[in-house]
Design a protein around this ligand. Structure first.
Ligand SMILES: [Fe+2]
Length: 312
């Protein structure tokens, strides 16, 4: 096992997590090893495939015109509309030809350092299970629809694919400084809930937006949320909500811009200056922000999820 004494040179070995690094407590199922990978992808029933098809059809009514061009092209390149839960082996073969990535099955959320290690090696860990009809509308745990439909098409974009690998590598450094929470905020506001400026308007590339019907409209069109140009330092100091629509979205100019902002940033300096907790509330607009739209926050002020507030 590698140790964090030499954390940034060898990404092939799963790093040991020092006891003083804080991560979410997760209990490893007995049947998975240190890499948290399932021995094989689940065999899905015809009901599971029908759930996938219905989720897919629903998203296709919402996403054209709202999803990033790279995402829509990724769906085509991987032929994700062929029906049924995609086979990870087949997906990996196609992805490998395009950007050298693969998709690997995991049982559930996995520990941060294991997740980073897979990303650093261009493997995307995807939840094996699929939601049921009862949880069709909303689930908090990422299932195979969120992970494969939401994330994998973006991995066909070469620059985005490199960003994801760099993000995984950045995890080593974040562990050394005990700042996984800050790096998690960057993931949240880019990979999960990122927006991109395209010639004909703002579009969504974040998987959390693209895998659900409500947030795609809300993130791109609603008056409530703030839309602010991405600044990595600022985002890593910003709190986020897990179980509701976001009060603020961050917008990138291009995937090259995202890659550059991340790779060229002096993270050592940043981590040394970051407080353990977040500095900014998730609805805050601050002096340094380049604001695209300042939101009304009406949806959240009326009570957000669990109230009758319209996501407008
Ligand atoms: Fe996700």
């Amino acid at each position: 096992m590698a140790t964090l004494a030499n954390p940034e040179t060898d990404f092939t070995i799963l790093p040991e997590l020092p006891a003083d690094v804080f991560t979410a407590p997760l209990i490893k199922p007995e049947h998975v090893g240190d890499d948290w990978l399932e021995p094989a992808q689940t065999q899905y029933s015809s009901d599971d495939d029908a759930i996938w098809n219905d989720l897919f059809a629903r998203q296709m009514q919402v996403l054209p015109g709202r999803a990033a061009t790279a995402f829509m092209e990724g769906l085509d390149k991987l032929d994700l509309s062929r029906g049924g839960v995609p086979d990870f082996g087949q997906l990996s073969e196609e992805l490998d030809k395009l950007t050298g990535w693969s998709v690997v099955p995991v049982p559930m959320l996995i520990p941060d350092h294991v997740f980073f290690w897979h990303l650093a090696n261009r493997r995307f860990p995807a939840g094996n299970f699929i939601r049921t009809r009862e949880t069709f509308e909303y689930i908090q745990e990422p299932d195979v629809f969120h992970d494969v439909f939401g994330h994998v098409p973006m991995l066909t974009d070469p620059v985005y694919a490199d960003y994801m690998q760099e993000y995984g590598r950045a995890g080593w450094k974040a562990m050394r400084y005990n700042r996984l929470k800050a790096l998690g905020a960057l993931y949240w506001y880019t990979v999960e809930f990122g927006l991109i400026e395209e010639a004909d308007g703002i579009k969504a590339y974040g998987a959390g937006i693209l895998s659900g019907p409500t947030e795609a409209r809300f993130a791109v069109e609603a008056k409530s949320p703030n839309r602010i140009m991405l600044n990595v330092d600022r985002v890593m100091r910003t709190d986020y909500v897990i179980s509701d629509l976001q009060p603020t979205y961050f917008v990138i100019e291009s995937f090259e811009d995202l890659y550059r902002q991340t790779v060229e940033r002096d993270f050592d300096r940043l981590y040394r200056s970051l407080a353990p907790n977040f500095t900014y509330a998730n609805s805050a607009v601050i002096d340094v922000d380049y604001v695209v739209n300042r939101g009304t926050q009406e949806y959240h002020l009326r009570g957000g999820r669990g109230s009758d507030a319209e996501p407008i």
